[in-house]
Design a binder for this molecule. Structure first.
Ligand code: NAD
Length: 542
């Protein structure tokens, strides 16, 4: 049902600093201590009811993998079948709620998160996903609050989209939710993405089955609890865990699968797409497939670039959150004339950077997420160390004795198609290809062609014609493109996020474009005084 009242105008949630002496720092430290002293039991939640199967998995701190912080109950096939039923049943009433009522649930959730839940979710994100205080604050607090508030504003704009009416009739668009349920599959690296992928379709009147990444289950569970406290009716979002492939196969088999809202790796999204294609004739409607996936994000510098800002963008853009942002810079093209100065500036910063337990606020880096990620990154580093075409300039070390630690690593390569220039590593590894200054135009072509992805990218230059040339040549190389800024840190409402090519369907999370995917409009024409005779005036005799 569409709304007629104005929703509050959103503004971006201010980022708290956590500087010494601030109340937020005191509160967060206390919450970290409290959460480190407990093991939370996390059930599946289906139709609003907690389901404890007894078949469990653990959530541990990546930076201290011997320390368990949660036990998660996996979901069996009968419970997934219940989740499908619960979603379909809940949607009947939820879809008939006025938009204002649905919006109020999520606006209230935003306020709860901005207030008394803030440090609960931040601490869980820090401990479970190994984020620093600042990285947790910009993700699980600010970005999720922004998603919730801005989505309401964008949804209102979707509903306001209405056709013209000619004389004698009134034309309307009824922005219906999809028929069936939406399957939200979310990644480990942003708590905010978990909250957004589940809530955005729900805001538009859909019911959702949400499967978070196993390693992010603790923070995501708190987000679920916030939705519940904010008044989300039972069954509108169902929260399930366990064997992703088995859960997915069961959900994809159901005739009522109306959409998939996915963020994660390209390989998994392609599996999902194929799974849907293979079952296409059994669905009630074509499922909407929305996926934001991998990246091989670039920084390309022109000889006119400012060395200091370029070096800082490389360090922040590549290494914050251990390089585990989909937007993280992982390949850089630096002109040979600037390279010695850039290399020294980056090296000086890397020499200062501390890595370790995120509860120690002096650390800039925590651990990578799990043993699988650790081994994958280590494999790339081992190969680079033994390869004559790659030089390890800084870092390169790994240590998983206590946590999954990978030193921030700077590689220099002479071959621009070396594998760490092309493949997504998803760790704190930045590979630099120093190019001959005169080859600027060719280098832009190289940037465009080198990887199948097109998520984020940045150009650094002071020369405006170089900026213009890069912006033209790289038009399809990134869905989020930055000029003299690092390629990470997109803000909801300011830089709608998503990429093309192998990086996803580019439906721009946190924008009106995304919400349009979760409605199936019905056109209604109402004629006030319908004709009473069948023939037309031209048919009359002269
Ligand atoms: P992932 O693909 O391993 O997992 C994502 C989700 O898919 C998880 O919930 C996981 O349990 C599930 N999954 C795994 N295997 C599955 C299967 N066979 N069938 C169904 N579901 C399955 O990704 P991740 O490690 O959680 O996240 C990192 C990846 O996400 C990177 O590739 C990164 O670039 C990407 N990412 C992209 C964006 C973006 O907006 N483009 C944002 C964040 C992360």
């Amino acid at each position: 049902m569409s709304g007629t009242s104005n929703t509050p105008s959103p503004v971006n949630e201010p980022i708290l600093s956590y500087a010494p002496g601030t109340p937020e720092r005191v509160a967060l430290k206390a919450e970290l201590e409290r959460q480190a002293g407990q093991v939370v039991e996390i059930p599946a939640i289906v139709g609003g009811k907690p389901i404890r199967s007894g078949d469990t998995g653990d959530v541990v701190m990546p930076h201290r993998h011997g320390h368990k912080i949660a036990t998660v109950h996996h979901t069996d096939t009968a419970t997934i079948a219940d989740a499908i039923r619960a979603a379909k049943e809940a949607q009947r009433e939820w879809a008939s709620w006025r938009f204002e009522d649905r919006a109020a649930v999520f606006l209230r959730a935003a306020d709860l998160l901005a207030g008394r839940w803030r440090q609960v979710v931040n601490a869980a994100t820090m401990l479970g996903q190994s984020k620093t205080a600042f990285q947790a604050e910009i993700d699980s607090a600010c970005e999720l609050i922004d998603f919730l508030r801005y989505n309401v504003h964008f949804a209102e704009r979707v509903l306001a989209e209405q056709p013209h009416s000619g004389p004698g009739a009134w034309n309307r668009l009824d922005h219906r939710p999809l028929e069936g349920f939406v399957y939200a599959i979310t990644p480990f690296n942003f708590t905010a993405i978990g909250g957004n992928l589940s809530s955005a379709p729900a805001l538009m009147g859909n019911a959702v089955i949400w499967k978070p990444a196993a390693t992010a289950t603790l923070s995501n569970y708190y987000v679920y609890q916030i939705f519940e406290e904010a008044g989300l009716p039972p069954g509108v979002i169902n929260f399930v865990h366990g064997d992703s492939a088995a859960i997915t196969s069961q959900l994809l088999d159901d005739r009522g699968l109306a959409g998939i809202h996915f963020t994660g790796s390209t390989a998994v999204f392609q599996l999902l797409w194929r799974g849907v294609a293979d079952r296409l004739d059994r669905y009630a409607a074509y499922p909407r497939l929305v996926g934001e996936t991998g990246g091989k994000d670039f920084i390309v510098a022109h000889p006119s670039a400012d060395v200091d800002s370029l070096a800082v963008a490389m360090v922040r853009g590549a290494f914050e959150y251990q390089g585990q942002k989909c937007s993280a810079a992982s390949r850089a093209y630096v002109p040979a004339s600037l390279w010695p100065a850039v290399r020294d500036r980056v090296g000086a910063m890397l020499a200062e950077i501390k890595m370790g337990d995120v509860a120690d606020f002096q650390n800039f880096l925590g651990a990578v997420i799990d043993p699988r990620a650790f081994e994958k990154i280590r494999g790339y580093l081992m190969q680079a160390k033994s390869d004559p075409s790659a030089k390890v300039l800084f870092g390169g070390g790994t240590d998983d004795a206590e946590g999954y630690f990978v030193q921030p690593t700077l590689l220099e390569v002479s071959d621009p198609s070396y594998r760490t220039m092309c493949e997504e590593i998803f760790g704190p590894v930045l590979t630099v290809y120093p190019y001959p200054d005169a080859a600027w135009t060719d280098t832009l072509q190289l940037v465009d062609r080198t990887s199948p992805y097109a998520l984020t990218g940045a150009v650094f230059a002071r020369d405006r014609s170089a900026i213009r040339e890069a912006t033209d040549t790289l038009r399809h190389a990134a869905g989020n493109y930055y000029i003299n800024d690092k390629p990470t840190g997109a803000v909801v409402g300011q830089q709608p996020f998503g990429g093309g090519r192998a990086s996803g369907t580019n439906d721009k999370a946190g924008s009106m474009l995304n919400l349009l995917r979760w409605v199936s409009p019905r056109t209604i024409k109402e004629t006030y005084d319908p004709p009473r005779v069948y023939d037309y005036p031209f048919m009359s005799e002269e």
